[in-house]
Design a protein around this ligand. Structure first.
Ligand code: KE4
Length: 424
């Protein structure tokens, strides 16, 4: 793997951009490596700034489910660009994408476009608080819902106590209303509702956790959350920024047959352009300005290029064979797990649809505490040797790899060969 150009670019970038990146996880600090700069992408492959071809197992952290530079998506963007890049007034494609999202997810009767997943969750929280008149919110330890202040909370001394800021710059008062529970722990959630029976506006959950690595919901967990939220009058918010249109065309809620009150989206619905969205029951969404009194706005929300890219992407996914992709990913993961286990290391690879994470631990994988048992040195060794052989994976033990409909059998075979060569 040649890295001189990437290295030179990274040195320069660090003089101008904090950490040399525009999003922290791209800096590859978790694996003590420099980032590879990318010059080009097509299908399931990336070309690095040094001209090396690598197979992309990251998919830009989610948006690229149809593969990079899909001709239909590129054409849609180019045509939209020729019609201007932003109007500051509504356009037809905003209506068409809203229609597509609402028809794909029965729980979403109305939807508002924003520019990132962070904006989507921030807005959904404000809406939940505005509609219920309550201030508290429950999220899960290790769950990530973007960098909105209220979500950047760490567990305090005990789970049922108030949260503390997870980063400098977030006032303690801002997270005082953020309550935390371990993922998959319905008992802990029940305790929080019993402690504050009429003060919780919403519960935010990744229906499949993708930000502590991939952690699957235990049977009954999501349905239990639905029942608890209904019982206590809190809104159940599915954060489907990763899972939306990835777990199925109906998202995780379609796959698990659970109706949240609100859903947040990002990534795939923008086809790689900046888009987020939040939506849900019409009686809730009608509280959003200008129809209602809960304020939220954005200069580039519903941007015509982003809408065109999102529409082109969903038009492809609408007819895609999700089951076939899942079966191929399942077969790949099972073989990868076998190859690594034969090297004598503890390894588990939870997977669902086109998502998987390689954990180097034998502990049952249930929540943030359990993923902390993964051996990060083994992970770093694995990551570096796979990348050196041209397999571009998520640069953290606590992230998910995200495959696409563009991945070929040859891509999977090359990744398995690379894994066979890894030496721990
Ligand atoms: P953005 O603001 O990054 O578009 O979305 C925030 C967000 C919200 N909800 C979930 C479930 C998410 O996974 C994300 C963002 N995901 C990370 C990957 N773990 C984005 C990668 C990054 O931060 O660069």
């Amino acid at each position: 793997m040649h890295t001189k150009r990437s290295h030179d670019l990274f040195v320069h970038a660090q003089e101008l951009i904090p950490g040399g990146v525009n999003s922290p996880v791209r800096a590859c600090r978790n694996v003590h490596a420099d980032p590879l700069f990318i010059a080009d992408a097509k299908g399931s492959h990336l070309t690095t700034a040094d001209g090396d071809d690598v197979i992309d197992f990251l998919g830009s952290w989610g948006p690229m489910l149809v593969g990079h530079a899909h001709p239909a998506v590129t054409e849609a963007i180019c045509k939209a660009a020729a019609r201007g890049t932003s109007y500051g007034a509504p356009c037809e494609d905003e209506v068409r994408l809203a229609e597509e999202v609402c028809s794909a997810l029965p729980s979403v009767e109305m939807v508002r476009m924003v520019n990132s997943g962070t904006e989507a969750t921030m807005s959904a929280l404000r809406l939940a608080r505005g509609v219920t008149g309550r201030d508290k919110m429950i999220k899960f330890i290790g769950g990530y819902h973007g960098h909105g202040d209220a979500f950047l909370a760490s567990a305090g001394s005990g789970v049922a106590t108030f949260s503390i800021p997870g980063t400098p710059g977030v006032p303690a008062a801002t997270v005082a209303d953020t309550l935390l529970a371990p993922y998959n722990d319905l008992g802990a959630v029940k305790e929080l509702f019993e402690a504050w029976p009429d003060q919780i506006a919403a519960l935010f959950v990744e229906p499949v956790a993708g930000n502590m690595g991939l952690i699957l919901p235990q049977p009954g967990f999501l349905r239990g959350l639905r029942e608890l939220c209904s019982k206590y009058g809190a809104l159940l918010v599915f954060d489907e920024v990763i899972t939306g249109f990835r777990l199925s065309y109906g998202g995780a809620q379609g796959r698990f047959d659970i109706m949240p009150d609100l859903t947040t989206f990002g990534k795939i619905i923008g086809g790689g352009l900046p888009v987020g969205a939040y939506g849900g029951r019409a009686d809730l969404m009608r509280h959003i300005a200008p129809e209602g009194e809960v304020y939220q706005a954005g200069t580039l929300s519903g941007n015509p290029l982003a809408m065109a890219a999102g529409l082109a992407t969903l038009n492809i996914l609408k007819h895609a064979d999700y089951d076939a992709l899942e079966a191929r990913v399942h077969a790949f993961v099972e073989e990868l797990q076998e190859i690594l286990r034969e090297k004598g290391v503890p390894v588990q690879i939870p997977h669902i649809a086109s998502l998987f994470t390689v954990y180097f631990t034998e502990a049952p994988l249930m929540d943030f505490a359990s993923v902390q048992t993964t051996d990060q040195k083994l992970f770093e060794t694995f990551y570096k040797q796979m990348r050196e052989q041209g397999i571009f994976m998520a640069p953290s033990a606590f992230e998910a790899n995200m495959l696409s409909f563009a991945h070929s059998d040859e891509d999977f075979a090359r990744a398995l060969d690379a894994a066979r060569n890894v030496k721990f």
